[in-house]
Design a protein around this ligand. Structure first.
Ligand code: HEC
Ligand code: HEC
Length: 430
């Protein structure tokens, strides 16, 4: 392994920059430069939900607010979970375990790893999905959200209006909001949360709602809709603009080590990762079957099975044969620290994922050979090359300052992201 003080010849950087530029749609590296979180003019947003500092701040608190958890399945669950139960900042806004559990879970551990089924809940009463939670980092750059891209009327879904109109889960797309806003309107109900004027007042958010949503009549200002809009504004502002790769793209050639640069060179050329991971967030607006195992095949998974329609990926939404078992290409920032990778949490480190792509052999018997992406083939990388790609992802694509996206405290004084008794001990709230 090389270390930071080894100096590269300028050629390395010129060549790498040229290579990266050559893979971008506009022929410059700008395509891959993420806006800073406060650069609202540059962050993609919904014209019906313009970003403002107040709205983003409100969304940040509400994303972590356990006081919104009013629709729990059992009374014991009320006030114990939040969006951040499954999207933990310290774990790149993933759950810290193979599957996220909000209502029906107890405990937290250090970063979500110790959350367990609450003994008072039956498995089918908990809020947990049959697929690993996606990171919500850099989601402003996702045109259609979820692993199957089912939200949003535009983008990749323009030809699928019949499918989303006929499905009660996605009928929300007809409201005319972008994917993020549409999904979150459904999401607050799915995750058993609510708000009204009294609750907004009681928890200390009324004034922030007033400042964020002056265009809404007072009767409509404190609702699931405005809650979803504030959450969406916050999520749009979650960019990993301080990752070393971002500093490098902005011109600081010393921001990456020689090994990280070698890894980037492989990523954008020989290893062909960029064929699929090609958006500003190094995810992509495309769907591919790479034969990863489903979550029901994971020993710790609850409330999912071989028949879960989440297993079908894009096909569960489009119902087209060619989309079966194909999943959206996820973003690649802040992977480090996680131990659960791919949609079924079948891999436990970034290196294992890189090895998997290098071998190019499906691990899931449910996926047939002809469903696999034509880009999923053996890459013949050396061990050193696998290490270099791994270090590029783990270190260069890591923003160390995600704490800037966490509230210091909530106006309600509630414990977050969970507030059941076990979590309160784990989180130092008592
Ligand atoms: C019980 C765990 C859980 C909770 C609670 C939860 N999420 Fe998620 N989230 C998930 C899972 C699982 C997915 C992926 C689901 C899929 O693709 O089918 C996801 C996906 C998302 C995505 C899509 C990201 C992308 O790139 O497509 C967004 C946005 C999101 N969640 C926002 C929220 C918000 C806002 C809340 C609170 C209202 C919330 N989540 C609460 C589990 C959770
Ligand atoms: C055929 C398109 C394709 C290629 C080529 C590809 N990926 Fe991916 N990548 C995906 C898809 C799709 C997923 C999610 C698959 C799933 O979970 O079923 C994924 C997942 C990942 C993940 C896990 C992210 C998470 O949230 O769990 C990492 C890390 C990753 N890819 C890195 C790479 C690297 C490094 C390369 C090049 C060696 C590469 N990928 C090549 C499509 C691709």
């Amino acid at each position: 392994m090389s270390c930071r003080h080894e100096i590269d010849t300028p050629d390395v950087d010129t060549q790498l920059m040229e290579l990266i530029a050559s893979t971008s749609p506009d022929g410059t590296v700008d395509h891959y430069i993420l806006p800073r979180e406060t650069d609202y003019a540059a962050i993609p947003q919904d014209p019906r939900n313009p970003l403002t500092q107040t709205k983003v701040d409100l969304g940040q608190m509400l994303f972590h607010e356990t006081g919104l958890a009013t629709d729990a399945f059992h009374t014991v669950g009320i006030g114990t979970y939040s969006c951040a139960s499954c999207h933990v900042a310290d774990r790149g806004f993933r759950p810290g375990r193979a599957q996220g559990i909000a209502d029906g879970g107890i405990g937290f551990g250090e970063f979500g790893e110790d959350r367990q089924l609450n003994g008072g809940y039956a498995e089918n009463q908990i809020d947990a999905q049959g697929i690993r939670p996606l990171s919500v980092l850099n989601t402003a750059f996702v045109s259609n959200t979820l692993w199957n891209g089912q939200f949003g009327a535009g983008g990749l879904n323009v030809d699928f209006e019949e499918q989303w109109r006929n499905n009660p889960e996605t009928a929300v797309n007809a409201l005319g909001y972008e994917a993020m806003e549409s999904q979150n309107i459904e999401g607050v109900t799915l995750h058993r949360m609510d708000i009204d004027k009294e609750l907004a007042e009681e928890l200390g958010y009324k004034e922030l709602f007033d400042l964020s949503f002056p265009e809404f009549d007072e009767e409509e200002r404190y609702s699931k809709l405005t809650l979803a809009l504030a959450l969406s504004a916050y999520l749009r502002a979650l960019t990993t603009s301080e990752a070393d790769f971002q500093h490098y793209l902005r011109g600081d050639v010393e921001a990456m080590t020689p090994d990280e640069k070698a890894g980037a060179t492989l990523f954008f050329a020989k290893a062909g990762c960029v064929r699929c991971h090609n958006g500003p967030n190094l995810g992509g607006d495309s769907f591919h079957a790479v034969g990863a195992k489903d979550l029901w095949q994971h020993p710790d998974a609850l409330f999912t099975s071989v028949d879960d329609k989440k297993n079908l990926g894009r096909g569960s939404f489009t119902e087209r044969e060619e989309d079966m078992r194909a999943f959206r290409v996820p973003q690649l920032y802040n992977q480090f620290g996680n131990e659960h990778f791919l949609h079924g949490s079948s891999k436990s480190s970034v290196r294992e994922v890189v090895e998997y792509f290098n071998e190019g052999v499906s691990e899931n018997d449910m996926v047939s050979q002809d469903q696999l992406s034509p880009f999923f083939t053996p890459l013949n990388l050396s061990e050193e090359e696998i290490d270099q790609i791994t270090v590029f992802i783990e270190k260069a694509l890591y923003d160390h300052e995600l704490d800037r996206y966490l509230p210091v405290a909530l106006p309600s004084g509630n414990c977050f992201p969970n507030a059941d008794v076990f979590s309160q001990w784990d989180l130092g709230c008592r």
